[in-house]
Design a protein around this ligand. Structure first.
Ligand code: HEM
Length: 184
């Protein structure tokens, strides 16, 4: 039991070092690989999350109605709690706040042009010939603000996601802040 608990609370670096020691991975986990993994995860995970939080707070300050609804929901969900854990978040019924984050990522995706992709085959996009090997940038920033898909696109309206059954998992192409396809 004690051992199980230890594993459940193992940090990312301890886990990698344990796997390295055990030698149980199909690939060789060198110190360099572990360093690269740490760098990749911290690099890709920190700025994205903090920038999104900053934009969410900025947009909430601009929209008093959304701020009031989000505040009321959080206060009700975590009544009497001064410290909130990830566990509390998983158990809570905060649905509006999730819409606020979705709506924040729409005009403020942290990777506005995603990560460049390379065209594997010659193809045509909207009548344009795209030769094999072309570097492709997807302008997610512009897509999330396109009035063709978004009414009042400059306004923070988390409620739009209440009625629109849109997800960020890469199948609704008007909303792809995490990209789409195999690498997303
Ligand atoms: C608001 C939060 C985040 C956003 C908007 C975001 C967005 C993205 C996007 C657009 C890509 C490129 C996907 C593609 O190639 O099409 C990506 C890749 C990646 N993200 Fe995030 N990300 C976020 C948070 C995180 C966090 C918290 C982590 C890790 C703790 C993370 C780790 C990674 C890694 C490792 C990749 C590279 C995946 C690969 O190509 O192998 N991201 N992210």
């Amino acid at each position: 039991m004690e051992c199980e608990n230890k594993t459940a609370h193992e940090s990312f670096i301890s886990l990698l070092l344990r796997l390295q020691k055990e030698g149980s991975m199909p690939i060789l986990l060198t110190n360099e690989t572990i360093t690269a993994l740490m760098f990749d995860m911290l690099g890709a995970g920190s700025d994205t999350s903090s920038t999104t939080l900053n934009w969410a707070m900025t947009e909430l300050i601009r929209s008093m109605a959304a701020m009031a609804r989000a505040q009321a929901e959080v206060r009700e969900a975590f009544k009497g709690k001064s410290i909130i854990t990830e566990d509390d978040l998983a158990k809570s019924r905060i649905s509006y706040l999730k819409l606020v984050f979705k709506e924040t990522l729409r005009p403020h995706p942290t990777s506005p042009l995603l990560i460049p992709c390379q065209c594997r085959e010659t193809c045509q996009v909207m009548g344009y010939d795209i030769p094999k090997g072309t570097a492709m940038f997807v302008n997610v920033w512009a897509i999330g603000r396109d009035p063709l898909y978004w009414n009042d696109s400059k306004e923070l309206k988390p409620e739009r996601f209440e009625t629109k059954n849109l997800d960020f998992r890469g199948t609704n192409f008007e909303f792809i802040p995490f990209g789409a396809g195999r690498r997303m």
